[in-house]
Design a binder for this molecule. Structure first.
Ligand code: GDP
Length: 467
């Protein structure tokens, strides 16, 4: 079976390389980030702004996209990114935020590109397909599980959550679970569901270290055995038929049936990547959330430095992501004068990971962006001083308000070291949590959606392939 399977794979691969030179070039752009980092809004705005390029000046120099159109995507079994519904939400008379990413989805945008200058006149227009692949960053965190045994994962997880109030209920259930006892599905279900409950509560509280990622976003696997396990307090080797033995088996099945297929079918094929980071949201949530985000980022990034994982290295066989953009999302919560400080926080978050290895030669860049600008800048005079605010419609009250988000320090390490030292609150400043609703839009023909630096982001990611 194995050999036949391999042969068949080889035949398929040869088939692909035979047809590839004759078809139009394809760029696979991955869009990821932890839950609520802004992936759905980013892709919706990206597509809208590539279809109507009136707000994309930085992209249009050098080469020109003459037309862009959506096409049926080539991967028949992958859900399509629901662009139309999401765009309708953002452009409704009373706009609202679309539903967030829950699983992998994909969409193909085809671009007709006309090179400018002499060469362009000679070569005529060509077509480049942009396949945009949306997937939860939590799934990248799962890569770390491949190096762990069930015992190691259990130990690490339990040590981490021992003192978290969000985990109290699960830990209580765990006290009644004897690993050596005979396996019972009902107990496994109780443990898995209270562990999943913990993961949701932890995520809600701003923790990012929430593996297994698929427990949070189960999709069609909900309720299946690969998602019905939990960490155990183990004492020794598992006896056949015991709770521990079956949990161990399911953990291994999760790795081979859930984690590996995702990396093989989706991740390994990506050429360019955006990693969205809600750094501002983490700062607003406090030092613990920022420290946790730093840890999660470091682990997410290890997927882009495959040397660290033997299985992934073999899988990729030298193929690598060529460009990675790290984008601090929702920058419209800040007056533009503070954008450099936000970018600096993002850079500092990445530095640790970057210092160790250089993403296997990928070009990287950090930027502050807003995929959908929901605010306008306003300078308000307060006690005789000018205060640079942003104003918009507050999500909770529906009222228009000007808000001052707090001042980010010139040196991002002030924030990061406070976070690292386990401070309960920021010393220097108060950061205000803000949530704005999307603003009603009055779009003219040819206008994409309002954004901040989306054109520069796209130029960095795919500009070279358009000229
Ligand atoms: P996902 O989970 O990564 O798909 O995140 P979403 O794209 O659904 O974004 C989560 C939430 O962040 C949205 O519902 C908005 O409230 C907010 N958000 C995302 N992008 C922006 C942006 O560009 N500006 C503002 N002001 N809010 C944003």
């Amino acid at each position: 079976g194995e050999i036949a399977g391999d042969l068949w794979r080889n035949v398929e691969e040869v088939g692909e390389t035979l047809t590839a030179p004759f078809s139009d070039p394809v760029i696979r752009l991955g869009v990821t980030g932890l839950s609520r980092a802004g992936k759905t809004v980013f892709i919706t705005s990206l597509v809208a702004n590539l279809l109507d390029r009136g707000r994309m000046p930085a992209l249009q120099s050098g080469s020109a996209i003459t037309t862009a159109y959506l096409q049926p995507q080539p991967d028949d079994t992958v859900p399509r990114f629901d662009y139309e519904t999401h765009r309708a939400a953002l452009t409704a008379p009373e706009p609202f935020w679309p539903e967030s990413t829950r699983a992998v989805s994909q969409l193909r945008l085809s671009l007709r590109v006309q090179r400018q200058g002499m060469l362009g006149a000679m070569s005529g227009p060509r077509t480049v397909h942009l396949d945009i692949v949306d997937y939860p960053g939590e799934w990248l965190l799962d890569l770390g599980l491949l190096d762990q045994s069930f015992a190691e994962w259990s130990e690490e997880t339990l040590a981490r959550i021992e003192n978290r109030t969000e985990a109290a209920e699960f830990l209580k259930q765990l006290d009644g679970a004897e690993p050596a006892a005979n396996f019972e599905e009902s107990l496994a279900k109780v443990l898995a569901s209270s562990f999943t409950g913990y993961l949701h509560a932890a995520r809600e509280a701003g923790f990012y270290d929430c593996t297994p990622g698929r427990f949070l976003l189960p999709g069609e696997m909900e309720g299946s055995p690969v998602l019905t396990f939990a960490p155990l307090r183990m004492t020794g080797k598992a006896a056949k038929g015991s709770l521990q033995a079956e949990m161990e088996r399911r953990f291994e099945a999760y790795k081979s049936r859930v984690v590996k297929p995702f990396f093989r079918d989706h991740f390994a094929r990506i050429d360019r990547q955006v990693v969205l980071v809600d750094a501002l949201g983490a700062i607003h949530s406090g030092p613990a959330a920022l420290e946790d985000l730093r840890g999660a980022m470091a682990r997410i990034l290890s997927a882009f430095r495959p040397g660290r994982n033997a299985w992934l290295t073999t899988l990729l066989r030298g193929k690598r992501v060529e460009k990675i953009l790290f984008a601090a999302s929702k920058a419209d919560h800040l007056h533009h004068l503070q954008h450099p400080q936000l970018t600096a926080v993002l850079e500092a978050l990445l530095r640790e990971a970057k210092d160790r290895a250089d993403f296997s030669g990928a070009a990287t860049k950090a930027m502050s962006i807003a995929a959908l600008r929901a605010t306008v800048e306003e300078t308000i005079s307060h006690k005789g001083e000018d205060v640079n605010c942003v104003s918009g419609i507050l999500l909770d009250s529906g009222k228009r308000a000007a808000m001052y988000p707090g001042t980010l320090p010139e040196d991002p390490n002030q924030l990061l070291s406070a976070a690292r030292s386990g401070a309960d609150a920021w010393l220097e400043a108060d950061y205000n949590l803000m949530r704005f609703a999307p603003a009603p839009l009055h779009l003219k023909r040819g206008d994409g959606l309002p954004h901040i630096r989306l054109d520069k982001a796209v130029q960095f990611l795919i500009g070279d392939r358009l000229s």
